[in-house]
Design a protein around this ligand. Structure first.
Ligand SMILES: [Zn+2]
Length: 244
């Protein structure tokens, strides 16, 4: 059950979406649309929610500001030499030149791109997108096999890996079909964060819900899962919306 509410902090009205859930502690998130969402235990008083928001006002402002900056910088890409792109959590500098071929390769800190026409923006965008997708296909499959092998006592069945463009999730697990789907935009994040999503989804093969058993198992496989998921949501969530 969610409701749209507002509260005054200093001179400012903060609008937020409140969801009451069976949970222990209040939690807050800023969505990629810069909306404040709060989840709280079922019987929390509104006054407590408002205090929680007021206490975290600096964090709210900073997160909204950061999302705004990232969003505009993503839209501003012209795919010209010197622009920075993320790949596996590292920043790469794009180097574009005209030539007889259409090619993308990453060497050192650079992504080299050869195009027919330096000013064909759409072609450059689609080439780089394809390159990211092909990297994601290879790298996610490698990590998936590796993690299954590392925990072969737990995951010895036949599981299928799929990669999709998703808007709001990093991964899903269709337990009955034993299919794990990863968001291809995870390719912007470092390997350890990609691994943490794979491990999370693999744990769903044992426990469908995010209950204690689920997190106990996840913690044995990915002891830093909390930090990993925070990092993904704070640093890379905007990339789930890019170009969709
Ligand atoms: Zn889950």
């Amino acid at each position: 059950m969610s409701e749209r509410l507002s509260t005054q902090v200093g001179q400012e009205i903060i609008e937020y979406i409140l969801t009451r859930k069976k949970m222990r502690n209040m939690r807050m998130r800023i969505t990629s649309k810069r909306e404040v969402t709060v989840s709280c235990p079922l019987h929390t008083a509104i006054a407590d929610v408002e205090t929680f928001i007021a206490k975290n006002i600096d964090w709210i402002k900073q997160s909204q500001q950061r999302i705004l900056q990232n969003a505009t910088s993503l839209e501003k890409y012209e795919y010209m030499t010197g622009e920075k792109f993320l790949f596996l959590g590292k920043e790469y500098t794009l180097m574009v030149k005209e030539g007889e071929t259409r090619e993308v390769t990453a060497i050192g800190d650079y992504i080299f791109m050869t195009v027919y026409d330096l000013w064909d923006f759409e072609d450059k965008r689609s080439m780089l997108d394809k390159w990211y997708k092909s990297q994601a296909t290879k790298i996610f499959a490698d990590r998936f096999s590796y993690l299954k092998f590392l925990h072969k006592d737990l995951f010895n069945g036949q599981y299928q890996l799929k990669i999709k463009k998703a808007v709001s999730t990093w991964g899903t697990c269709a337990v009955n079909k034993a299919v794990i789907t990863l968001n291809f935009r995870l390719i912007y994040a470092p390997l350890e964060l990609i691994d943490s999503v794979i491990l999370h989804e693999l744990c769903h093969l044992y426990y469908i819900h995010h209950d204690k058993d689920f997190y106990d198992l996840l913690a044995t496989l990915d002891p830093l899962y909390k930090e990993h998921s925070k990092l993904l949501d704070r640093k890379y969530i905007d990339y789930t919306h890019y170009n969709d």
